[in-house]
Design a protein. Sequence first.
Length: 295
Amino acid sequence: MYPKLKFALSMAIFGSIGLFSIKTGLPSIELVFVRCVCASILLGIIWGFHSLKTKNQKKTVIPRREYILALLCGVFLVINWVFFFRSIEVMPITVAVSIYHLAPVIVLLLGTFIFKEKITGLGMLFFFICFLGTLLVGGIHQQSSIADFLSNGVLWAFAAALFYAFTSITGKGIQTLSPLATTVIQTTLGIILLFPLVDWSNFLHLTFENWFYILVTGFIHTGFVFYLFFSGLRELKAQTIAILVFIDPIVAILLDVLILNYRPDIFQLVGIFLVFAGISYSPKKAKNIEKVAAG
């Protein structure tokens, strides 16, 4: 399968995860736990077969630092997932996804502090465009106070975006460890971290339909999609990736509108436009930051 097709397909499947997660009937922690279990099984098997195929090749020495980064990245990834699915529980998918995709902007801002990358006046303009868009898509005009606005799920979605940015920056420091091995380490760590927090009673009253969506979310949206994602990622140029990642939110918003009948008002539509206009600028500037992080 061609790299572009693999990456585009992974983004399209990612875009449907919000719809599927709602139909699982599971809260965020239990859903992320199942995702980690399913992904660890599927990707672990793929990793095992890949290791057998390459067992006679010269082994690459993996720096200890990369294992530490993989574990740290895993912590950020699991927290990101929990916050993202929590946001979908309490707010429309369109709103949650729009705010969640502020991650590239956050990467850009973090880079100015962590890696001393200078942000231009144009960069600040696009940041404020995204910020204004976030306020509108989050429905600030529908709330009577800032407290009401912050309590409607915006903080969960923003926290998810923040930890996605942490995951991206940390993951860029992993150069030798294979993507498959990295992901298996991260999802296995997720099982360990979440196991004490799982409320097993949430699994007792699930229907056959619930289990169908749970298993699809775990094996397809997590395991299979990560395999497609990483298979195509390293063979694509940054500009191509920056364009294809928009497939994810477009699919998510279309499914929310067409299947769940969500109808954003005019202010939220303007907000969605502003957020993605700002995001379209960010990946171009974030490339330099990622290079610094990788070094």
